[in-house]
Design a binder for this molecule. Structure first.
Ligand code: PLP
Ligand code: TYF
Length: 388
């Protein structure tokens, strides 16, 4: 068996962790993998998470199995956060190992429910999107999304590409804090996409992995809610790994929304069957932490304040970049951890070799790796590299 396998390249983003760690230069900057960092470069456990964990250590009286749907209280607690005031009877949820697990289930459900359908993904998008959907046998197509030179969403090209989709094709949309570009759709653009998706009978899959890190908890859900309001059925792949700082606890959820009860129940039973065939039951801890926080108003307030501090820090770094770099002004209107700089692979290599700045090969930077104080030096290096 093993000799029949082709060698596979390691994950380019995760490989940056090791490369950065083994660099001895003291002033090195890690702008690679998308984890939040505070101004001291740390990714601390939220105080609200620590408090919830203490409650769990004391109060949890069994480790017996839950069902394939995972922690039902967690799913109930997430619903108002994700869907707001929408009537929630028409949403089915299952806990998943991270947003990644949710995307994998979404991919398998799409392949099972609509064999041969194409999925339109943005160019660029998170590289794992392509791998996850292809691994489940889904055929991919792309829509243009972003132009790095002008730092703008290529909205007309996006709409033109989606207008070529056949009825029944699927489209993957990132709800907020677009990875890798930071460039989100405006409310009007979301409306236009919602109309188009509804009119052409496309099936939306929305990836919401950064709620609360962009414009705020409510605003970051707005685009997704506009899409859901426009279509008869959709999937939402959700992650709590960034907005609760739970990363390695692998805490996510897949939600299916449908205005037709029998169809929703069929989707739900298939999602549970796919979950059983993948991991049987999801890991408990992260979801238990989120449930504990969201069902305790003091802990929920504490969590929201911590998240808001993170969001503000990202805004401050964006403002500093926009102030110091004339060609980076657009970054202050973008959201979340990421921005995509117009750099070649060669320039990314020189950033690392000459300046000890680590970023993804695509030119993506994680803004949380910067401080406001480090911005002028960063911009100087960036401008040196960009000189012809
Ligand atoms: N979707 C996007 C756009 C992401 O950037 C990530 C990041 O990890 C995920 C999904 C998956 O999140 P998780 O770590 O919860 O699997
Ligand atoms: O894009 C990022 O950096 C985050 C973290 O295989 C990540 O989404 C990166 C690579 C990966 C899993 C998560």
């Amino acid at each position: 068996v093993f000799s029949g396998l082709a060698p596979q390249a390691p994950d380019g983003l995760l490989a940056l962790i090791g490369a950065y760690r083994s660099d001895p230069r003291p002033d090195k900057l890690d702008l690679g993998v998308g984890v939040y960092r505070d101004a001291r470069g740390r990714t601390p456990v939220f105080a609200a998470v620590k408090a919830a964990e203490r409650l769990l250590v004391e109060g949890q009286d069994t480790k017996a199995y839950l069902g394939a749907e995972g922690d039902v209280g967690y799913l109930e607690a997430l619903r108002p956060l994700v869907f707001g005031a929408r009537a929630q009877a028409d949403v089915f949820g299952v806990q998943t190992p991270g947003g990644t697990g949710a995307l994998r289930l979404a991919a398998e459900l799409l392949a099972a429910g609509r064999p041969g359908a194409k999925l339109f993904v943005g160019a660029p998008t998170w590289p794992n999107h392509e791998q996850i959907f292809e691994a489940a046998g889904v055929t991919l197509a792309t829509y243009d999304y972003f132009d790095a030179a002008s730092q703008t969403v290529r909205f007309e090209a996006m709409i033109a590409a989606l207008a070529t989709a056949a009825p029944g094709d699927a489209v993957l949309l990132q709800g907020a804090c677009h990875n890798p570009t930071g460039a989100d759709l405006t409310k009007d653009q979301w409306r236009t996409v919602a109309d188009l998706v509804a009119e052409r009978g496309l099936f939306p899959i929305i990836d919401l992995a950064y709620q609360g890190l962009g414009r705020g908890l409510e605003d970051d859900a707005l685009g997704m809610r506009l899409i859901l309001a426009a279509v008869p059925e959709a999937l939402v792949a959700y992650s709590c790994d960034k907005n609760f700082g739970l990363y390695r606890e692998r805490t996510g959820a897949l939600f299916a929304a449908c205005d037709h009860p029998q169809r929703l129940s069929k989707a739900g039973s298939n999602i549970l069957a796919l979950a059983r065939a993948n991991w049987s039951m999801p890991p408990d801890h992260g979801a238990a932490v989120v449930r504990t926080i969201l069902s305790d108003s003091d802990l929920a307030t504490m969590w929201a304040a911590e998240l808001e501090t993170m969001r503000q820090r990202l805004i401050d770094v964006r403002a500093a970049l926009a102030n110091h770099g004339p060609d980076l002004v657009a970054l202050k209107d973008q959201n979340g951890l990421f921005a995509c700089l117009p750099l070649t692979q060669h320039q990314v290599g020189r950033f690392r070799d000459d300046h000890a700045v680590y970023l993804a090969g695509s030119g993506r930077i994680n803004l949380a790796g910067l401080t406001v104080e480090a911005v002028p030096d960063f911009i100087r290096a960036y401008q040196t590299l960009r000189q012809p």
